[in-house]
Design a protein around this ligand. Structure first.
Ligand code: ADP
Length: 252
């Protein structure tokens, strides 16, 4: 027990240290660029605008980070049982496409979705499952160059539903794949792509695990990335929902 407690303390300390580091970096830029603009009233407008643009970008990063951290902490403390219900995956994926449509249009990327007719219903929180696919498909769009394509392929395997998200972007080198679900993991983004928070896939994995499923990263045939999500279906689906963390219920 003492070993477990010490390990928990170590994980907590390392998490807090990563959070402070991740928050400090954008804050340092915001402070530095704001002070520079204030000190030089005669600064050329284009330079000032560039600096202020960085301030806006870094503030957005901080806001995203705080939002993701809140989502992770909410997930590990209280997912109300009333949020769990039967739902149609097709409806969830439709909402994901609508949400990401502007981003896809901006980069002229086609999202092609294949869903079999009469797909069985799933059980869990459709809102959280939507978050998982907004993140995975959002990443696929982010790391795929203009005019690329993203395939969303659903298959019904009876006891589980398998969903693959395949892109033809920059891909993830094999040696880094085991780490992509770790908190704050990021590779250097391609030129012109904003670095994210490195929390999206960690959150996605927590959510999928809470639903008794699993998430994997693999090879895409043409060098891009391929993420696979497996969600339990059929008779097994309710039984497989894990009742303790992250689906822990608050005790009164
Ligand atoms: P974020 O996207 O906010 O940085 P994520 O946890 O969602 O955080 O992703 C972690 C990292 O995994 C990304 O920064 C990127 O390096 C890599 N990654 C995720 N999805 C893809 C993808 N489809 N193609 C290439 N790299 C990806």
């Amino acid at each position: 027990d003492i070993t477990r407690e010490t390990e928990a303390e170590r994980v907590k300390a390392s998490f807090l240290s990563s959070v402070s580091h991740e928050l400090r970096n954008p804050l340092t830029s915001i402070k530095g660029f704001t002070a520079t603009v204030m000190r030089d009233p005669d600064m050329a407008p284009e330079v000032r605008n560039r600096f202020l643009g960085i301030v806006v970008e870094e503030s957005t990063r901080m806001a995203d980070l705080i939002k993701n951290l809140r989502e992770i902490s909410e997930l590990s403390t209280s997912i109300a049982p009333r949020e769990r219900k039967p739902y149609h995956l097709k409806e969830v994926l439709l909402k994901v496409s609508v949400h990401l449509e502007p981003m896809a249009r901006e980069k002229s990327i086609t999202i092609k979705t294949t869903i079999p007719e009469g797909l069985q219903k799933l059980f869990g929180s459709p809102d959280l499952i939507q978050k998982v696919f907004v993140n995975i498909v959002g990443n696929a769009l982010k790391f795929t160059p203009e005019n690329g394509r993203v395939l969303l392929d659903v298959s019904d395997e009876g006891a589980q539903i398998a969903i693959s998200v395949i892109d033809n972007g920059c891909g993830i080198p094999e040696e880094f794949r085991p780490k992509v679900f770790d908190r704050f993991f990021r590779l250097s983004p391609p030129e012109g792509t904003n670095p994210g928070t490195g929390l999206g896939l960690c959150l996605a994995k927590d959510i999928v695990t809470s639903h008794g499923g699993r998430i994997e990263v693999g090879d895409a045939p043409d060098g891009g990335a391929c993420f696979m999500v497996f969600l339990p279906a059929g008779d097994a689906y309710v039984a497989s929902i894990i009742p303790c963390p992250p689906f822990q219920q608050k005790t009164k």
